[in-house]
Write a protein that binds this ligand. Structure first.
Ligand SMILES: *Cc1c(COP(=O)(O)O)cnc(C)c1O
Length: 366
């Protein structure tokens, strides 16, 4: 059986360092926030090339707190791509604001930059581009649209640690950026964790305050906030893993190249296209094909665990049905949701495994 993601395989390659980091955090009773969270904040900000990183409890909180720090509230509208994990929209609704969906690009599956302007109204406050599957959005172009309309930009980088556009790391283009360190992400903790990244001193200050009960200094609650902090043990683990991220990213990219090469002659399979000038970090390797559901079953029978990200685009989820979206409103997302299939992808995937997966896929009879 080839698993979709194998977190154990990665752990075994760095077991001693991880075990020691966990033990040290416990010995030092560094349980919530503290020294290891502070060290990680500094190292991660420098990795992205941004001024601030604020560690928090998970990627969903990170989105929500950053929106709040940018002043998003009841009645505001926030543009969100039609295809993404629900957190991107959930964070907007949880502040009483309204997620407004934008269809996706048919080649790169990220927010369609040509369909943003038509969705902008007087109430539009923020755009959230999602670097989906590890593919960067053309950020200079998106920033231009946002600036022309006086709208702020929050990058959702949960799937794209280390991705770049024109040699610059994503997460450093927008007004601020949200990261998730959920275990299965390209940089993952051993539990929930998240990070808020920004070059803007004011956003950084407010976000840090909100994530720690509105405090600016102990017992000085200048506003009400919430509890969203990173565990010390998770921070210590992330500190170890960050050192390996570039190496793991290279492996993911090489795995992606091998997949594409071995699937090249398969007329029934569309491999991911890479945005010109972009560095795609392959959080997921997502192909498109007809008979997707039959192939998913076929692969499972042959011992290959595949997955779908995501089988229902956000506008068509039950929880957003009250918005009344019809397929014609989001033609690309509507078509693609039935064709996408995520093949196993992680740094430790071997060449033999990729050969087995692709030859199995190539043996499927349409
Ligand atoms: C994983 C993910 C999130 C949320 O992160 P959590 O840490 O699971 O809360 C947000 N947006 C996208 C695109 C994601 O993939």
């Amino acid at each position: 059986m080839i698993q979709f993601v194998n977190l154990k395989a990665q752990y075994l390659t760095i077991k001693d360092e991880i075990d020691q980091a966990i033990q040290t955090a416990i010995d030092e009773v560094s349980f919530v926030g503290g020294k290891y969270a502070e060290i990680f904040e500094e190292e991660f900000a420098s990795f992205i090339g941004a001024k601030h990183c604020i560690a928090c409890a998970n990627g969903t909180d990170s989105l929500e707190i950053l929106l709040q720090a940018m002043g998003v509230g009841a009645g505001d509208e926030v543009l969100v791509p039609a295809l993404t994990w629900i957190s991107t929209a959930e964070a907007v609704s949880s502040l009483g604001a309204v997620p407004v969906f934008v269809d996706i690009d048919p080649d790169f599956y990220t927010i369609d930059l040509n369909k943003i302007t038509e969705k902008i109204t007087k109430r539009t406050k923020v755009i959230i581009p999602v670097h989906l599957y590890g593919q960067p959005v053309d950020m200079p172009k998106l920033m231009k649209i946002a600036q022309d309309h006086n709208i702020l930009v929050l990058e959702d980088c949960a799937q794209a640690h280390g991705a770049e556009y024109e040699g610059q790391k994503i997460g450093s283009f927008g007004d601020c950026a949200s990261f998730s360190f959920y275990p299965g992400k390209n940089l993952g903790a051993y539990g929930d964790a998240g990070g808020m990244v920004t070059n803007n001193d004011e956003i950084a200050q407010i976000a840090r305050r909100i994530a720690n009960h509105g405090q600016e200094g102990r017992h000085n609650h200048v506003s009400e906030g919430r509890n969203s902090r990173m565990d010390g043990i998770q921070a210590a683990i992330l500190g170890v893993k960050l050192k390996y991220l570039n190496k793991w990213t290279e492996s993911r990219i090489n795995n992606g190249k091998l997949y594409s090469k071995l699937l090249e002659s398969n007329e029934n399979v569309n491999c991911p296209k890479i945005l010109p000038n972009g560095k795609h970090v392959f959080h997921l390797f997502v192909i498109r094909t007809n008979q997707r559901d039959l192939i998913l079953e076929f692969m499972k029978e042959k011992g290959v665990e595949c997955s779908i990200h995501y089988p229902v685009a956000l506008p068509f989820l039950t929880c957003y049905q009250s918005k009344g979206a019809i397929p014609a409103d989001f033609p690309v997302a509507n078509r693609i949701q039935n064709e996408i299939l995520s093949l196993p992808m992680y740094a430790e995937l071997t060449e033999e495994e990729i050969i087995y997966i692709t030859s199995t896929l190539n043996s499927y009879e349409y």
